[in-house]
Design a protein around this ligand. Structure first.
Ligand code: TMP
Length: 229
């Protein structure tokens, strides 16, 4: 039995849905504003887990490298202009493949692996919520299972943008006004999310990369899969 259920979680999504929502205990996600270090931390965690030898581990990310993810990447890098609403649909379509498709999240969970994703539903609720209003991303994502653990890498937007200043080009959401809204929205949504059975951990991402990685490791180590080892 892989899933727990949370009614409350659904209320969080849209207050209009009335069915149960699944929570996958051995599924963790990194969330945070751009430049907060989610990708770096997933890669450090992967190294640590590889060294540890077990449990079997599936590191993954959104937008994915699939066909829909590629269209999203083109929109993010401004090479294919797409309306915010269409982008909201594309993120949820990409996620549907990511969860249910071949070599997807559920396939790995059903093989008793630990799955950790760089971004998931909360990114849509925050980013598309700012762009399109809360209702569209909430309804598009309401049927997807929730992660058992969510690690929010919290960083001042000014510091995050400073870290990104040497990048050759910035994506559509990578500017200060938007990132200020992103941080505020994460904070307000995560409070409710934590009440609904998802373990939400906020990590101060202004610490050194190694300090953040140690904190992440201590959180991941408390996931149920480690108790079963
Ligand atoms: P990345 O730069 O962390 O790889 O993420 C890509 C960008 O896409 C980042 O700005 C966050 C954004 N994003 C959304 O707007 N909605 C989503 O559902 C996801 C997964 C990412």
């Amino acid at each position: 039995m892989f899933y727990g259920f949370s009614l409350c979680f659904l209320h969080f999504y849209a207050r209009v849905f009335t069915v149960n929502m699944e929570i996958i205990p051995n599924f963790a996600v990194f969330e945070g504003g751009d430049g907060s270090g989610t990708t770096t931390q997933l890669s450090l965690l992967s190294e640590r887990l590889k060294k540890a030898g077990k449990p079997c581990f599936f590191p993954t990310f959104e937008p994915t490298n699939g066909q829909i993810g590629k269209i999203i990447r083109a929109a993010l890098t401004k090479s294919a202009p797409i309306t915010p609403q269409t982008l909201a649909f594309l993120f949820s379509a990409d996620r549907n493949e990511h969860i249910y498709g071949q070599d997807g999240i559920l396939e790995h969970i059903n093989r008793d692996e630990l799955v950790v994703s760089d971004r998931y539903i909360m990114s849509s609720l925050v980013y598309q919520g700012i762009e399109c209003g809360d209702e569209l991303p909430a309804s598009l994502n309401s049927r997807f299972p929730a992660p058992g653990t969510l690690i929010f890498l919290d960083l001042e937007p000014e510091t995050a943008l400073e870290r990104m200043k040497n990048r050759e080009s910035l994506e559509i959401y990578e500017y200060l006004d938007f990132q200020i809204k992103v941080r505020e929205k994460y904070k307000s949504l995560l409070e409710t999310y934590a009440d609904c059975g998802v373990r939400v951990e906020t990590v101060d991402a202004s610490q050194t990369v190694e300090e953040v990685a140690d904190k992440v490791w201590s959180i991941i180590r408390q996931m149920p899969i480690f108790k079963a080892q």
